[in-house]
Ligand binder design. Structure first.
Ligand code: PMP
Length: 311
C-alpha cells in the first residue's frame, strides 16, 4: 500500500499523540512473589493515553489508516470492542479530530460507557449474550451498509494491531530486562499483544518461553479471552507460538488484586491479576528465570469487581 503525504497539522498531532503511547514502566513484583532466583516483572500498560494496553494498537491502526488514505476527518472509524480498544480509539480520535463509532456488548461496565461518551464516541449496543462476536457482526453489517462513511478498523484481523506490539512492546521489554527475559506470559483477547510481542521475542531469542493464558470462566470480568469461548478466532491468531497454555482461576485472580494492592501499591484489573496468577503458576515450576507479564489496565473501570473483592 502506498503512503500518502498528509496535512502538516495532522502530522504534528500524530507526533504529539505518539508521545503518549508506549514506553510503559516494567516493575518487579518481588513483594508478591519472593524468590531471589525467579523474578516476575509486569508492564504497567495503563500508563498510556486511554489507560490501557490498547493504546498501542489503536494508535497504530489509526495512524496507518491515515497514512494510507483510508481515514480522515470526513470519515468515521468503526469497530467492535469490549471497551478498552474503543476507549483508546475515542481518546486518539478526539486528539486527532476523527469521529469514532463503536459496537459494544450492552453489559460493558458503566465506567467504560461513561468514558466512551466523554470522548464523543457513537455507541451501538449489541446483546450481552453474543459477547464481542455479536459486536463484530454488527460492525461488519454497518460497514457493508455504508462503506463510504466508515473506515472499518477490524482490530481482530487488522495486522496493525499485532504489529504495534511487535514494533514497540517487545523491544521495550528486551531493553528493560537488558535481554534477560526468559518467559513471557499473556492472556488473549484479539491476541494482538500475545502475537506481536511473542513473535518479536522469539526472533530475538528462540529460547524465550511463551505462555498463553485463558480463564476458567469468560464471564467474571477476566477480559481478553472471549474468542476461546466462541466461534470467531482472530484472523492473525497462531496457537503454534505458545510453548505452553495455562488456565487461570478467577478466584485466584481476585485474591491477587487484594495482595498486589496491599504489597505493591498497584490497583490492578482482573485481567492483570489473571496474568499475574499465570506468571506465579509458571514461576513455581522453574528453578530460575525472569518472567515478564502484562498489566493491561488498572482497576479504575471495574468498580463492580472491586466491590466484590474488598467487601
Ligand atoms: N486485558 C484487557 C483488560 C483488555 O481490554 C484486552 C483487550 N480486549 C486484553 C487484555 C487482551 O489484549 P489483546 O487484544 O491484545 O489480546
Amino acid at each position: 500500500m502506498q503512503t500518502l503525504t498528509i496535512d502538516s497539522t495532522l502530522e504534528k498531532r500524530l507526533h504529539q499523540v505518539s508521545q503518549l503511547i508506549g514506553n510503559t514502566p516494567l516493575v518487579a513484583l518481588d513483594r508478591v512473589y519472593k524468590n531471589p532466583k525467579v523474578q516476575i516483572l509486569a508492564k504497567l500498560e495503563w500508563q498510556q493515553l486511554g489507560g490501557s494496553v490498547k493504546a498501542r494498537p489503536a494508535f497504530n491502526i489509526i495512524k496507518q489508516a491515515i497514512l494510507h488514505g483510508q481515514l480522515d476527518q470526513n470519515r468515521v472509524l468503526l469497530d467492535a470492542s469490549s471497551g478498552n480498544t474503543g476507549i483508546a480509539y475515542g481518546a486518539v480520535g478526539a486528539a486527532l479530530g476523527i469521529q469514532v463509532a463503536l459496537c459494544l456488548p450492552e453489559n460493558a461496565s458503566k465506567e467504560r460507557k461513561m468514558i466512551l461518551r466523554a470522548h464523543g464516541v457513537d455507541i451501538v449496543y449489541t446483546p450481552a449474550t453474543e459477547l464481542t462476536d455479536g459486536a463484530q457482526i454488527k460492525a461488519k453489517e454497518l460497514h457493508a451498509q455504508n462503506p463510504d462513511l466508515y473506515f472499518y478498523a477490524d482490530q481482530y484481523a487488522n495486522p496493525h494491531n499485532w504489529q504495534a506490539h511487535y514494533a514497540h512492546t517487545a523491544p521495550e521489554i528486551i531493553e528493560q530486562t537488558q535481554g534477560e527475559i526468559t518467559h513471557f506470559v499473556a492472556g488473549l483477547g484479539t491476541s494482538g499483544t500475545f502475537m506481536g510481542t511473542s513473535r518479536r521475542l522469539k526472533e530475538y531469542n528462540p529460547g524465550i518461553e511463551i505462555v498463553s493464558l485463558q480463564p476458567d470462566s469468560p464471564m467474571h470480568g477476566l477480559e481478553g479471552w472471549k474468542h476461546m469461548e466462541t466461534a470467531i478466532v482472530p484472523q492473525f491468531y497462531d496457537d503454534s507460538l505458545a510453548d505452553k497454555n495455562l488456565e487461570v482461576s478467577t478466584f485466584d485472580a481476585y485474591e491477587l488484586i487484594k495482595e498486589v494492592a496491599q504489597k505493591e501499591g498497584l490497583l490492578i484489573s482482573p485481567s492483570a491479576a489473571a496474568n499475574l496468577a499465570g506468571a506465579i503458576a509458571l514461576a513455581d515450576t522453574i528453578e530460575e528465570g525472569t518472567i515478564v507479564t502484562m498489566f493491561p489496565d488498572s482497576a479504575d473501570k471495574y468498580s463492580e469487581v472491586l466491590k466484590q473483592v474488598f467487601n
